[in-house]
Design a protein around this ligand. Structure first.
Ligand code: 5AD
Ligand code: SF4
Length: 447
């Protein structure tokens, strides 16, 4: 590979989950520290980081086609960009990427991206490098302090997964469960708030498995961390995602009733409503135990909005077993949810199970499930009409004077009037669509 001039501009393209969005922001901060600036909209960047996702279908193929597109666009613009592949595809297929894609000069896994600047120095000299080590926690200690934040910020508190659901690659790509120390998280949250965050979403593959030692040396869980963060002046809202039913504890449930800043929203994946399928998935909960858990959240916070994840067409899933998933959906009444067709992931136990489901059957099941979930989401939004609530202003709308923000229940709300990014305003919800609501501005809520 030939040497190149040090890059002046970068672009980080993040795919997949919110944890990748967080990692993408942190990589951008590392590059900014080197004086590299974001490439202007519509211009080719000197350095492109593809921050990839491996959770479902054809992720690797997509990476190769993205690389091809970048090389072609670079040639047309008279410069070939330096390309780094980061994220879970890098972790899972690092060597193969190096062998198949000569245009890539850096492959860096999700636990190693703090080393991106050194890899970049080597890339400029024409040397290719791969780093997919998984040292626990080291990454966070070598990232720059937070200096910029949108009104709604992500904060990764926990990484990795020990659950080994039989369909999932995460335990292999993100490694074992680790919790970042309490002290570090409070410090990062303080910095984010000083930099303009009004809302922080705590992230982790199993965020509710987080545990640490508080200021007084006591062992606390996520509920304890949330209670501490709620003491930060200027922070108005706290959320967390994604949780596993097996790691729920009484203190976190109670926090929903006791901490005003903790928003009334819970994303709790269930995956299936059938106990045989759940067992084959190695989910460690039943449909019934999941429903009882939701009851406890509702008891603590009656208006809590519920969200979940579903997989249709897991190997061996029969029509009757799928019908149990629809039954569970009816029993819960989700405010919002994500649903996916099962996708065999290389190296996972389910990929080689008997009874792989035909694509047409999966399509049909997904359509039926999504119709039910959309119906419930629309109903939830309609039931919100007439309510008054706070909206955190996160973006400008399409038309002048229009603003977009989120309700406490994570619904998108747009309204017109005098406001600014990062404001918490009070609106009356006046009209519901399937994916958003219209609000009427009542007043600004003091910070
Ligand atoms: N196929 C389909 N969906 C999957 N998910 C995880 N692995 C797979 C897979 N192999 C879904 C689960 C999980 C969400 C993040 O992605 O629903 O909760
Ligand atoms: Fe994957 Fe299951 Fe871990 Fe979630 S809990 S990351 S689905 S293995």
């Amino acid at each position: 590979m030939k040497s190149s001039a040090p890059p002046q501009t970068y672009r980080v393209k993040s795919f997949g989950c919110q944890m990748n969005v967080y990692d993408g922001e942190r990589m951008a901060e590392l590059l900014a520290q080197r004086g590299i600036t974001p490439a202007p909209e519509g211009e080719e960047a000197d350095l492109v980081v593809l921050n990839t996702c491996h959770i479902r279908e054809k992720a690797a193929e997509k990476v190769y086609s993205d690389i091809g597109r970048l090389v072609k666009a670079g040639r047309e613009a008279g410069k070939e960009p330096l390309i780094a592949v980061a994220g879970c595809v890098a972790q899972a297929e690092g060597e193969e990427i190096m062998a198949r894609a000569p245009a890539v000069s850096m492959v860096v896994g999700p636990q190693a991206y703090h080393r991106l600047p050194e890899m970049l120095d080597r890339a400029v000299k024409g040397e290719r490098s791969t780093d997919t080590d998984m040292p626990p926690i080291a990454k966070f200690d070598s990232l720059p302090a937070r200096r910029k934040s949108a009104p709604s910020a992500f904060l990764t508190v926990q990484e990795g997964c020990d659950k080994f659901c039989t369909y999932c690659v995460v335990p292999y790509t993100r490694g074992a469960e680790i919790s970042r120390p309490f002290r570090d998280l409070v410090a990062e949250a303080d910095k984010l708030v000083a930099a303009g965050a009004r809302e922080i979403t705590l992230l982790g593959q199993n965020v509710n498995a987080w545990s640490g030692e508080d200021d007084k040396g006591r062992t606390v869980g996520l509920g304890g961390l949330i209670r501490r963060l709620a003491g930060i002046d200027g922070l108005a809202r706290i959320r967390y995602t994604t949780s596993h039913p097996a790691d729920m504890n009484e203190d976190l449930i109670a926090a929903h009733g006791e901490v005003d800043k903790l928003m009334p929203y819970l994303h709790l994946p269930v995956q299936s409503g059938n106990d045989r399928v759940l067992k084959a998935m190695n989910r460690s909960h039943t449909a019934e135990s999941y429903l009882r858990l939701l009851d406890r959240f509702r008891a603590a916070r009656p208006d809590i909005a519920l969200s979940g994840d579903f997989i249709v067409g897991f190997p061996g899933e029969t029509d009757a077993e799928f019908a149990d998933t629809l039954k569970l959906v009816d029993a819960v009444g989700y405010a919002q949810a994500y649903s996916f067709k099962y996708s065999p992931r290389p190296g996972t136990p389910a990929a080689t199970m008997d009874g792989q489901i035909a694509p047409q059957v999966m399509d049909e099941r997904l359509q039926r499930l999504q119709a039910a979930l959309n119906r419930d989401q629309h109903a939830f939004n309609q039931a919100s009409v007439g309510k008054r609530c706070a909206v955190l202003v996160e973006r400008t709308g399409k038309l002048p004077g229009q603003w977009l923000g989120k309700s406490p229940w994570l619904q998108s709300v747009w309204f017109e009037g005098d406001a600014a990014l990062g404001d918490l305003v009070e609106v009356e919800l006046v009209e519901a669509g399937p994916n958003s609501l219209a609000g009427r501005l009542l007043a600004s809520v003091p910070a």
